[in-house]
Design a protein around this ligand. Structure first.
Ligand SMILES: Cc1cc2nc3c(=O)[nH]c(=O)nc-3n(C[C@H](O)[C@H](O)[C@H](O)COP(=O)(O)O)c2cc1C
Length: 297
């Protein structure tokens, strides 16, 4: 068994990339039932009670291991950690900032944590802060990105592997067995998959959001500036027009708080569809079990 599988306790080294706007116990359970590692997105969860409800809903559907993602700045993280430990969740991911304050208690509770990061300098710091593993998110990934220049996984994964001792997971650009095997060849012990699971049968994403992924070709995602961060989104006619105008003030045009409404209704002029560059490889909505079995085949 690899070190990563030992931490996750599942059959395949595939972690569900948490996507806040489609947090679904049903989908988390489906991924765990198929042998991978389902992951609740608790980064913006406002109370321990809410976390308990979500974890309980997954537990009703599966007795397989699953985890939860915590955003480091959430003020109720310590309470959420207690709830997770009581519910038998053994592994979490931490993201968005230094996780140093979370690891002592997390380890006291007998849990393991993988820290999600976007650059080598943070990898070394996270290992020093006690992270048991690292999720390396390359520039091709879906989700929030920093405003700094970033490397893609072909560079970032081997670079980080060369500098840390803990197991590394590659996130970004993985949709099938070719991407999965490439990540392992780069030195990762596993992968984290966001967009491919978003475009699955069990995903609660709207039809419009799934269709936008199916229709997205290479070069049709961009990083949307949102103040001190960016989000990878699928371009659309309105956004393309704005991109041609150097005067466009994106933070006035787009508010990330509107993303859940936009993505569930398909009103992508309100906020463009979030997805990774890997959308270009996704041509069919498939059941989760099929996606996972093909990936590890
Ligand atoms: C629309 C969207 C929203 C995301 N939201 C979150 C989030 O709330 N928390 C988080 O840790 N990662 C988030 N991510 C990142 C994913 O968990 C995952 O790391 C990423 O999608 C991997 O890249 P891929 O899409 O190429 O597979 C998001 C990704 C997407 C596509």
């Amino acid at each position: 068994m690899s070190r990563l599988l030992d931490i996750l306790g599942c059959e395949y080294p595939i972690i569900q990339g948490p996507v806040g706007a489609m947090n679904s116990p049903k989908m988390v359970a489906a991924i765990s039932e198929a042998g991978a590692f389902g992951m609740l997105a608790l980064g913006f969860t406002g109370s321990a009670e809410e976390a308990k409800r979500m974890v309980g809903a997954v537990r009703e559907l599966t007795d397989k291991p699953f985890g939860a993602n915590l955003m480091t700045m959430n003020p109720v993280n310590q309470e959420i950690l207690e709830v997770l430990a009581e519910s038998g969740v053994k592994t979490v991911t931490t993201s968005a900032g230094s996780p140093r304050h979370l690891y002592p208690r997390l380890h006291e509770l007998g849990m393991k944590g993988l820290h999600v990061l976007l650059a080598l300098s943070y990898a070394v710091k996270a290992e020093d802060a006690g992270a048991d593993g690292l999720v390396i998110s390359g520039a091709e990934s879906g989700g929030l990105r920093s405003v700094n220049p970033e490397s893609s996984n072909m560079i970032l994964v081997p670079l980080v592997v060369d500098h840390v001792k803990v197991p590394v997971v590659a996130a970004g650009g993985i949709a099938d067995s070719r991407g999965y095997r490439a990540a392992l060849a780069l030195g990762a012990e596993g992968v984290q998959v966001g967009t491919r699971f978003l475009a699955s049968e069990e995903s609660p994403a709207s039809k419009a959001w799934k269709d936008a992924i199916l229709e997205c070709s290479d070069g049709n995602t961009t990083l949307l500036p949102l103040g001190n961060m960016m989000m990878r989104v699928i371009t659309n006619p309105k956004l393309k027009e704005q991109m041609n105008n150097p005067e466009t003030d994106y933070s006035k045009e787009y508010n990330i708080m509107n993303a859940p409404e936009a993505w569930s209704t398909g009103n992508f002029d309100l906020f463009p569809a979030g997805a990774g560059q890997v959308s270009a490889l996704i041509r069919e909505i498939k059941p989760i079990r099929e996606i996972i079995e093909e990936m590890v085949s």
